[in-house]
Design a protein around this ligand. Structure first.
Ligand SMILES: [Zn+2]
Length: 325
């Protein structure tokens, strides 16, 4: 049996203890050493119970991307008993202006674990350095194994024209796996899928070579508070600040509380803007009256790889989308 590849608190704790006060580069090497010790990563990836419910797997490049782009829809699925798994394809270990390495990776793992509890999903974080994800054969195998193990009906990932290389290559890796998940002699150590999942791209605003097309827009009003709460558990990102290197003064409790409030409001505006931008689609899907009332939304594009769902399929896959009965 190979060791699980996704991080556990114990694994990260071990890496952190091993590295002690090392600098960023040395700490990074130690983390790589830990990852290399695992064989066939993804072969023991999590599996959902076999209970006839939908299985959805969401890939985001960093420990916050799946939560931002699909956290509300995930919670709506979870509330109906469906199984949602989030995978961060990197460990987020340079996603802070002040420090980096295993200590940050461990913290970000803990943050997404807390967010997952709020959203009713499960979560994995691949032990790949933030900023260094590559569309390699080995990574294609890992992604393929995750999708197969989750017996996914729906797979969600970034589009391939996103600004961040980790986002882009997450999209590429998932698209590269979209056909291979059905090929028995590719990664034969994990049973292949007989039915190709529906592959969806999560929302972005990039225009070239083609803008995002909102094929499905999900009203997340019933779960917006849970989604915001989940996102704001990620204090390393949304209270202390992110990866861009600009120094921030130490925050006292009042300043932190002000940041939490401002961050929550900024997220509300962001998801309200998605609803406003795709109002026509909301009206098409939910009907005139309900569609106009939607305040917060998430949007997805159907990838041309994978199974192409008909309207009937979409109603089954997104049972909470449509006029209320
Ligand atoms: Zn990201």
């Amino acid at each position: 049996m190979s060791k699980p590849f996704w991080l556990s608190v114990a694994t990260v704790g071990f890496v952190a203890a091993l590295c002690g006060p090392m600098g960023r580069a040395q700490a990074a090497e130690a983390a790589v050493g830990e990852a290399k010790a695992t064989a066939l990563p993804g072969v023991d990836a999590p599996q959902p119970p076999d209970d006839g419910k939908l299985n959805i797997i969401v890939f985001g490049a960093h420990p916050d991307d799946s939560e931002i782009r699909a956290g509300g829809t995930a919670r709506l699925w979870a509330d109906l008993g469906h199984h949602v798994h989030f995978v961060s394809t990197t460990n987020g270990d340079i996603g802070h202006w002040q420090y980096a390495g295993p200590e940050l990776a461990r913290r970000r793992f803990q943050e997404v674990t807390e967010a997952a509890k709020i959203l009713g999903v499960t979560t994995s974080v691949l032990d790949i350095h933030d900023g260094e994800l590559m569309p390699t054969l080995e990574n294609r195998r890992i992604i393929t194994r995750y999708i197969r193990r989750w017996k996914a009906h729906i797979v969600i990932a970034h589009r391939t024209n996103d600004y961040h290389p980790d986002h882009r290559y997450t999209g590429v890796l998932v698209q590269d796996s979209a056909y291979m998940v059905t090929v028995p002699f590719f990664c034969p150590e994990v049973p292949y899928l007989h039915d190709n999942p529906v592959f969806l791209s999560s929302y972005d605003q990039f225009q070239r070579p083609n803008p995002f097309r909102a094929d499905i827009v999900v009203a997340i009003d019933p779960v917006i508070d849970a989604k915001i709460k989940a996102l704001m558990t990620m204090e390393s990102q949304f209270v202390e600040g992110g990866a861009n290197g600009y120094a921030r003064p130490a925050l006292d409790d009042a300043a932190k509380e002000a940041r939490r409030k401002a961050g929550a409001e900024a997220f509300r505006r962001r998801f309200a803007a998605i609803a406003d931008r795709h109002r026509d689609k909301l009206i098409e899907l939910y009907g005139e009256e309900a569609g106009r009332k939607v305040q917060y939304a998430e949007a997805f594009e159907i990838c041309e790889y994978g199974r192409q769902p008909k309207a009937d399929d979409l109603r089954k896959l997104f049972p909470f989308v449509g006029p209320s009965k």
